[in-house]
Structure formats: C-alpha cells, structure tokens
Ligand binder design. Structure first.
Ligand SMILES: [Mg+2]
Length: 272
C-alpha cells in the first residue's frame, strides 16, 4: 500500500500543538484543571507539544520548572519565552551589540548567546518587557540610550495579563511609556508578531499548516495564528471572551471552555 503524500486527510491533521501559558496552562500560581492530563493525552497520540509565552520576565529554565511543578514535563527546547526570543534575535541581527535589559532576572538568556549586558545609557540595544522592579532611574537609562540611537526591542506589547484575582498592567504599559517619551517604535518579539513562531520552525522544523495554536487572547495568540496560516483555538479561561470571539474581526477556528478540550480537537481533525 502506497503512502499518500499531501492528501486532503494529511492536510487536516494536527501534528503540533503550541500552548500559550498564562491563562491557558495556569493563571498566576495556579494550574488550570486538566492541563497536565491534556498535555499527556496529546503526547500519547504522538502530537509535538510546545509552550510559547509572551512573558519575557523570566528565563526558559524558570518556565520549564513552573510547568514541571504542575506535573508537565517539558524539555527546555520545547519552552519558548520572549526573553529567549529577544536574545536570539539580537544574536542573529545585531552581532556584537551590548544590551540594557529592562526585565527581571533574564540576563542569563542574553549572556548564554554571547551578548554582553550593560547597565548604562551607552547600551547598543534596550530590551523592554515586564519589569516588576521598574524604577524611574531604570526608565531614565533606557530613555537616554534610546535617544542616543540604541535599538529598541520589546519582548512583548501585552496591555495586561491575568492573575488569580483579576488583571495587572503588562509589558506594553512600560513599552508605551518609552515609545511615547522617545517618539520611537519598538521591534516586537512576542505574539502577534511572527518572530517566536519562526524560531520554533527554525529550531524544530515544524509545519505551520499542521499546527494548532491554543491561547486565551485574540489580539496575540489567535491573531498570530491567523496571520501565519495556523489553526487556532481560543480557550475561555483567560483574557478574551466568547462574545469577543464571535463578534470581533479575529475569529479563532475553535472556541473551547478549557484546555481539557484540546485533545478532542486533534482527534476530530484526524477523523475528517
Ligand atoms: Mg495568555
């Protein structure tokens, strides 16, 4: 029996699932019910699972440990955060540049790829994200470096993010203050921009057409998937609501109540 290549059936199958993390796998420090089981079920069926967060305020190691504390064993190579993405972007596009990082505890990602981190306005690049220890002094260094012509890189532009008891201001709030005061626009590493997805493609050779993006935010997760030709599922445990998905201009392929419903999407796609 011959193997059919590129048949309609092959096209419908989902070989890869990329999970957003905040609002999908966990909210704040709490795991979503059924997250561990859903990931396990997918892996059992041979689906490649990746984790992709716009959060750039921690390292990949931190996110891998957090996943592990929720019972999800993810190798470092399957965990993507935007501090790692920004470091890879700088290494590829700005060889020899120094960086001032307006994020917490993420310099390791940069030094790991050979970038020297500095703490003054002579930096060649300013990397801005969610810095919960932001001070006016730090903002001033970043502002002056940008006025001197440093590259302006934002790990992400999220306006807010979900926590146990509601929402908090996101990296976008800090990025906006620098964009406003310097009249400059940043290069954005995180979703909905395609850079992080391209990095997964480059490092793992996944096919976008055979991939499903699962996220809680229409303007980041789902918009990126739509722009990049991926299927998408909006999960209603985070930022965006069903009403927004139905009436808005960004329409996901699936709207699901919980991460628990993801294995069924993959199984149904295989049956078609
Ligand atoms: Mg999210």
């Amino acid at each position: 029996m011959g193997v059919r290549i590129n048949s309609r059936r092959d096209c419908m199958q989902i070989q890869t699932v990329i999970f957003d993390m905040d609002g999908v796998i966990y909210r704040g420090e709490k795991a979503m019910p059924g997250a561990k089981e859903a990931v396990r079920a997918l892996e059992k069926e041979g689906v490649e699972v990746f984790f992709l967060t716009n959060n750039g305020s921690r390292t990949r190691g931190h996110f891998a440990r957090r996943l592990s504390s929720f019972g999800i064993k993810a190798p470092l190579g399957r965990v993507y955060c935007t501090s790692y993405g920004a470091a890879k972007y700088m290494a590829a596009n700005m060889p020899g540049a120094t960086a001032y990082i307006l994020e917490e505890d993420t310099e390791k990602e940069f030094t790991d790829v050979g970038i020297r981190c500095v703490h003054d306005e002579k930096a060649n690049a300013v990397v801005v994200g969610l810095d919960r220890k932001l001070t006016y002094a730090k903002l001033s260094i970043a502002f002056r470096a940008l006025l001197r012509g440093a590259h302006f890189i934002a790990t992400n532009d999220d306006p807010s993010y979900p926590v146990e008891d509601g929402f908090l201001p996101g990296a976008g709030a800090i990025v906006a203050s620098l964009a406003y005061s310097t009249r400059r626009r940043p290069i954005i590493i995180g979703k909905p921009e395609p850079y992080m997805l391209d990095l997964i493609v480059e490092e793992h050779g996944i096919r976008k057409e055979g991939a499903l993006m699962v996220g809680d935010q229409l303007s980041t997760d789902i918009l990126m998937a739509k722009k990049e030709g991926m299927k998408s599922a909006l999960v209603l445990t985070g930022v965006s609501s069903r009403a927004e998905a139905m009436e808005g201009r960004i329409r996901p392929d699936f709207v699901i109540e919980s991460i628990r419903d993801v294995p069924k999407i993959v199984r149904d796609a295989a049956k078609r």
